[in-house]
Each structure stands twice: as structure tokens, then as C-alpha cells.
Design a protein. Structure first.
Ligand SMILES: Nc1ncnc2c1ncn2[C@@H]1O[C@H](COP(=O)(O)OP(=O)(O)OP(=O)(O)O)[C@@H](O)[C@H]1O
Length: 209
């Protein structure tokens, strides 16, 4: 059960949500996305409750769930067009950012699991939304794609964007905050460095979250 959770982020900040399976990380992301109403408490954007205008909140959020939600018969680029907002982001740049340009015309059903995840990430880039809510974004990604993910997040933050991501593994992010949901492992087992908040995959040797 998710209870007594409080967090606040400013432009350019990032937060990782950690905790064991079932701790409520995905539930919290869905609440932050406005996809699920909390039983209590409030979610504010610039001091205004999102409940006052849920449509406006939806335009602020790019949400990446566990499912990549691609239409199998459509090509990568057709899938991305489905979600690109009018006057939205640069399709070629989004495909390049996740190294999918060579596969742009391939039907989504022929993509590998990691390639599908890259396509779902390209959709986040295209949304041009200030708030990225990413549920285990590195799921299925190879080492190179995880580097690209880190770079995309850094660019988003440099432009004033905010990122909140769940993860069970370290992500290559600088100056990231952590929120460990109750039931998280003993602090001695934490793979992040409380002092520097900087992470690298090599920090993760033998740890679990
Ligand atoms: N729609 C739902 N109805 C009832 N219970 C739910 C629903 N969705 C999630 N739960 C429960 O809420 C708890 C938190 O689930 P959640 O998916 O948020 O966990 P999580 O921390 O993201 O886990 P994981 O690390 O496995 O992804 C779990 O016990 C889960 O069974």
C-alpha cells in the first residue's frame, strides 16, 4: 500500500523511485500522471491542483509504462506519428536519439524487445512534455541504449524538463534524487551514493533494489 508519500521537484530535476516489487512505484507514477486518483492528498503543478484541469495535466506528461503499446502492423515511424502531437517534436531526431533510424520503416511486430522499448522512448521524446514519468525505462535495453537513455534524460533536464523514473538498476544520471518506498532493502545494500547521487552501472555490482 502506498501511504504518506511526499515529493516535490523543480525544473531540471530528476528523481528515481526505488523499492521492492509491489512497493507501489508504478502506482505512484500513475498517480503523478493523473491516470489514477489518490485516495487522499493532492498533486500540484506550479502550486495548482491538477484536479482543477486534468486535460492540461495530460499535456504536461509523457508517460512510459511497462507495456510499449506499439501497434504491431504499423511501422516504427507510423507508430510514432500516432502519438506525436500537432506541431510536435522532430521525428528524425527522436529516432536518432534511440538509434532506431535504420529500422524506422520496419513493422513493430518485427522489433526485438529492446528495439520496442527504444521506440516507446522515442515516443516520450516526441511528446515534448515537461514531465517525463518513466516506469523502468531501461527494461530490455542493451548497454548502448542505456547510455542513450541517460543522454536523452540529461538533454531533457538541461531544457528545464523534469524526470521521475522507477528502476531496479542504476541508470547513468547525474545529480539525481532518490525516493526509496517503504520496504526497500537495508540502506547498506543501496547501490546509489547518498553523497554524490551520481550513478554508474559499475556501482551496482552484486546489489539489488
Ligand atoms: N489496479 C490494481 N488493483 C489492485 N491492486 C493493484 C492494482 N495495481 C497494483 N496493485 C497492487 O498495488 C501494489 C503496488 O503495485 P505496483 O505495480 O505499484 O508496484 P511496483 O513497486 O511498481 O512493483 P514492481 O517493482 O514489481 O514493478 C501491489 O501489491 C499490486 O498488487
Amino acid at each position: 500500500m502506498l501511504d504518506d508519500v511526499s515529493l516535490s521537484l523543480h525544473a531540471g530535476e530528476a528523481m528515481l523511485l526505488t523499492g521492492p516489487n509491489g512497493a507501489g512505484k508504478s502506482t505512484l507514477l500513475r498517480v503523478l500522471a493523473g491516470l489514477r486518483r489518490p485516495d487522499g492528498g493532492a498533486l500540484l503543478w506550479d502550486g495548482v491542483p491538477i484536479a482543477e484541469d486534468r486535460t492540461a495535466h495530460a499535456t504536461r506528461v509523457a508517460y512510459l509504462g511497462h507495456q510499449d503499446a506499439l501497434k504491431p502492423s504499423l511501422s516504427v515511424v507510423e507508430n510514432l506519428h500516432l502519438f506525436a502531437r500537432a506541431g510536435g517534436g522532430d521525428m528524425t531526431a527522436a529516432l536518432k536519439a534511440v538509434d532506431l533510424l535504420p529500422l524506422a520503416d520496419l513493422p513493430a511486430r518485427l522489433l526485438s524487445a529492446g528495439q520496442k522499448r527504444r521506440a516507446a522512448l522515442a515516443r516520450v521524446l516526441l511528446a515534448q512534455a515537461p514531465l517525463w514519468l518513466l516506469d523502468e525505462p531501461s527494461l530490455g535495453l542493451d548497454a548502448n541504449a542505456i547510455v542513450l537513455l541517460g543522454e536523452a534524460i540529461a538533454r531533457h533536464r538541461a531544457g528545464g524538463g523534469v524526470v521521475i523514473a522507477t528502476t531496479h538498476v542504476p541508470l547513468p544520471l547525474e545529480d539525481v534524487r532518490h525516493l526509496a518506498l517503504p520496504g526497500a532493502p537495508d540502506p547498506a545494500d543501496r547501490w546509489w551514493d547518498e553523497e554524490s547521487s551520481a550513478l554508474s552501472p559499475s556501482d551496482h555490482e552484486g546489489a539489488s533494489a
